[in-house]
Design a protein around this ligand. Structure first.
Ligand code: PEP
Length: 243
């Protein structure tokens, strides 16, 4: 599936089942106009996926935040593709920088998760991005080539695959890449993997329109600003205006 434009909210470890249901129920009418122009996605924590789906919002897709590459087995704390599919989940993030930095995810495990998810029919948003020290050392392009190259080498086909460029220094910090930095990085990603590329890193209602207006920015992965219905709906509206 080719995704023209997508705004995804990563809830991280926020919102239990009850809040997930009420949030999606309130979000659905708030994004009614935007969802005619682009795909709106929320990524709740695992225990809240079913509740988010039960809200029954046809214009809000529900993705997981991660998935394991094995079909089943002794992998405590992990969730398989078929378990997500059984719930009705439409896709998943893989390789988020918090997974890479805090839980030891690598380019290889990220690619393995992506391959399994695609084989099972889940859409995938694969996250990449450089650390602040890597940017300051002039290594951004090399880091992206390594991270995106691992995805490209592993991908059987590009259908249903989206990359999120998330400079790690911009995630949850309030610092945001300039539109030039985002555009430059997105062009590198797209040179290696010709798929839609989202920008992530302190996207807010007041900077979304400018970022989403750049030619190689196809949408956004939103953390903090996705936790509030009004601010996430405003980012979605900015994306719809830019599409
Ligand atoms: C994220 O969690 O992927 C993210 C980009 O977070 P924030 O928008 O809060 O920087």
């Amino acid at each position: 599936m080719a995704i023209a434009s997508l705004i995804a909210g990563n809830w991280k470890m926020f919102k239990g089942p009850a809040e997930a249901t009420s949030f999606v129920s309130a979000l659905s009418p708030a994004v009614a106009a935007a969802a005619n122009e682009l795909d709106v996605v929320v990524c709740p924590p695992p225990v809240s996926l079913g509740a988010a789906l039960q809200a029954g919002a046809a214009n809000v897709q529900v993705f997981a935040q991660n998935v394991h590459w094995a079909e089943a087995g002794a992998f405590t704390g992990e969730v398989s593709v078929s378990m997500l599919v059984e719930l009705g989940v439409a896709g998943t993030l893989v390789g988020h920088s918090e997974r890479r930095q805090l839980f030891g995810e690598t380019d290889e495990t990220t690619a393995a998760r992506m391959v399994a998810a695609r084989a099972g029919g889940l859409q995938v948003i694969a996250c990449v991005g450089e650390l602040e020290a890597e940017r300051e050392a002039g290594e951004t392009e090399a880091v992206l080539e390594r991270q995106v190259g691992a995805l490209a080498d592993a991908a059987d086909d590009l259908d249903g695959l989206v990359v999120a460029y998330e400079p790690v220094w911009a995630i949850g910090t309030g610092r945001v890449a300039t539109v030039e930095q985002a555009q430059e990085a997105h062009a590198v990603v797209r040179r290696i993997l010709p798929v839609p590329v989202l920008y992530g890193g302190s996207v807010k209602p007041d900077n979304a329109h400018e970022l989403l207006g750049m030619p190689d920015v196809d949408g956004a992965l939103v953390g903090g600003a996705s936790l509030d219905v009004a601010s996430f709906a405003a980012v979605c509206a900015a994306g719809a205006r830019s599409s």
